[in-house]
Write a protein that binds this ligand. Structure first.
Ligand SMILES: Cc1ncc(COP(=O)(O)O)c(C=O)c1O
Length: 228
């Protein structure tokens, strides 16, 4: 629903192709749908697991919706995998039963759904604020991947993203370069000076957004000044 880090959605045609491939080779797809609940400007995308339940294991956790500290997660797996999964010793202690029970009540009472709706609005407001600030301080940047999740892509012209990451870190703004997530270097495109920042906003307060963007824009300016 929201690929990390590009933020793209797998198109219906490619989803169908992927499900067909798994059936053909009798394969198992691991569907890591880690922030699908948080979509802002588009309809929900159904889980691939529903299209090919015998070939997809859907993984989920409460890390994004409640807190990574809760350490509760689940796998909706094809029936033939259940026994092997249950038998598998995953190492560490299982999540406390009391936490599981509390979450089960939170879920069945409808409170979890209410919490998700309220959180979606909260993050959408923050995302909108971030987009407004970016448009004001870095005009013309073609922001991508912002329709869902907690991060967006910010393409930069005439400016290496890794230098901006370093410069911004010196002013307490932590970012990543899209290149940090590549396993092989990208083929150079027509514009060799183009680069992209990954900007997360999940753990930022709304009030901190304007100052963070101001510092980011100042870092970009300084790096551009140095590269001339
Ligand atoms: C791609 C991806 N999958 C899953 C998760 C959630 O991981 P966990 O449930 O182990 O906290 C994250 C967390 O950021 C993630 O980036």
């Amino acid at each position: 629903a929201h690929q990390f880090p590009t933020g793209v959605v797998l198109t219906p045609a490619r989803r169908a192709e992927l499900a067909d491939w798994a059936r053909e080779v009798d394969g198992l797809i691991m569907e890591d749908d880690y922030d699908a609940e948080f979509r802002y400007d588009r309809h929900p995308v159904g889980a691939l697991q529903g299209m090919a339940p015998d070939h997809v294991a859907l993984l989920g956790s409460l890390s994004k919706t409640l807190s990574p500290a809760v350490r509760l997660g689940w796998i909706a797996a094809p029936g033939r995998w259940t026994e092997a999964l249950v038998a598998r010793d995953t190492g560490g202690a299982p999540p406390p039963v009391i936490d599981q029970d509390a979450f089960s009540r939170f879920l069945t009472s409808g409170s979890y759904d209410r919490h998700l709706r309220a959180s979606r609005l909260r993050y959408k407001r923050r995302r909108d604020r971030l987009l407004r600030e970016l448009a004001a301080h870095l005009p013309g940047a073609a922001v991508g991947g912002a329709a869902a999740g907690f991060h967006l892509l910010l393409p930069l012209r005439d400016c290496p993203a890794d230098a901006v990451v370093k410069e911004a870190a010196g002013h307490d703004v932590r970012l990543a370069s899209l290149d940090d997530y590549r396993t092989v270097p990208e083929e150079p495109g027509p514009d060799a000076s183009a680069s992209t920042l990954v900007v997360g906003y999940g753990n930022l307060t709304d009030q901190a957004v304007p100052e963070a963007v101001r510092r980011l824009a100042a870092a970009v300016e300084r790096v551009r000044g140095q590269s001339v």
